[in-house]
Design a protein around this ligand. Structure first.
Ligand SMILES: Nc1ncnc2c1ncn2[C@@H]1O[C@H](COP(=O)(O)OP(=O)(O)OP(=O)(O)O)[C@@H](O)[C@H]1O
Ligand SMILES: [Mg+2]
Length: 290
């Protein structure tokens, strides 16, 4: 580890991405185990320091049981980092691929926690802009934490905010809403679209635009293709939730749920009327195709 963070002892690398590395570490004064996210040199060279600072600043203001807890920002040398709660877990993406039965057993509670974390973000005027299973952590008891506010933005930043807004089109192609792809303005409904795809995958093990695809194909699919009806890949989905998922995937923001609460209501209906969650058997058409 080439970054020195006073007061912390690094233990191991958890993840290495283009913009950041995440490490396990121990805070020396109280032996607390934490996760430390360090910006990469490549990201600094791209001029992304402001974005990294903004990610830490946004996270520091949040307090919700399903959003990772911020600890502190450190101007470490040669690159800054921030410490946060260490959540021993795997990404939802990993869980869908490797622990399918576990995800199916807990599907409503997992989705409920994701939706509540986004509801809280929106109530704070924040749009996440990168909702996807890779940014959702799940532990062995099906507790959920939303992470990675690197693309998140305050909604009403006014004229000055707009002037300084990063104009690059950003997001993850398999989960991007049409307006995000077009570089148009984004709002809560953009997160609702990405949530719709995330929930679709969590319940069915499949993406709404099937077949393995390149990023370019994904973007075209969001813009022009009709998603596969969730009922056909997950026949036991509760009708209320199935309808909500398909509505979240509408191309036009105006045709989706206008607030996340609408989605939450459909989920509540589904989970309160569910008997024991049905688990797709191995070999069933709805097995994960990741
Ligand atoms: N608080 C945490 N506790 C445990 N693991 C974490 C924590 N935060 C992140 N991770 C792990 O690190 C991975 C990457 O984290 P994150 O999504 O924040 O960074 P990234 O996607 O690489 O960064 P960016 O999108 O900013 O380039 C996560 O998928 C998860 O495996
Ligand atoms: Mg991420």
């Amino acid at each position: 580890m080439d970054v020195l963070v006073p007061g912390y002892e690094f233990q191991e690398l958890i993840s290495e991405g283009g913009c950041a590395r995440v490490f396990k570490a121990v805070r020396i004064r109280d032996k607390k185990h934490v996760a430390i996210k360090v910006i990469t040199q490549a990201s600094l060279d791209r001029g992304d320091l402001k974005l990294f600072e903004s990610e830490a600043k946004l996270l520091s203001k949040l307090d919700h049981p399903n959003i990772i807890k911020f600890i502190e920002y450190v101007k470490s040398k040669p690159r800054p980092c921030y410490a946060m709660e260490l959540f021993v877990s795997a990404t939802l993406r990993w869980c869908v691929k490797n622990t399918w039965e576990f995800v199916q057993t807990h599907r409503y509670t997992i989705v409920d926690q994701i939706v509540k974390s986004i509801h809280y973000l929106h109530s704070q005027g924040i749009i996440h802009r990168d909702i996807k299973p890779e940014n959702i952590l799940v532990d062995g008891n099906a507790n959920v934490r939303l992470i990675d506010l690197s693309l998140a933005r305050k909604k009403d930043t006014g004229f000055l905010g707009k002037l300084f807004e990063d104009k690059r089109i950003q997001g993850s192609p398999p989960y991007m809403a049409p307006e995000q792809i077009r570089g148009e303005s984004v709002d809560e409904r953009t997160d609702i679209y990405s949530l719709g795809i995330t929930v679709y995958l969590t319940l069915s093990g499949q993406m709404p635009y099937d077949k393995p695809r390149s990023d370019d194909d994904c973007l075209k699919a969001h813009l022009y293709e009709k998603p596969v009806e969730i009922k056909s890949v997950c026949p036991d989905v509760h009708p209320s939730l199935g309808k909500a998922i398909m509505k979240a995937l509408e191309k036009k923001p105006g045709s989706r749920q206008q607030t996340i609460l609408e989605f939450l209501r459909a989920l509540t209906v589904a989970s309160s009327s569910a008997e024991l969650p049905a688990v797709h058997k191995p070999g069933n058409q709805a097995r994960p195709a990741l």
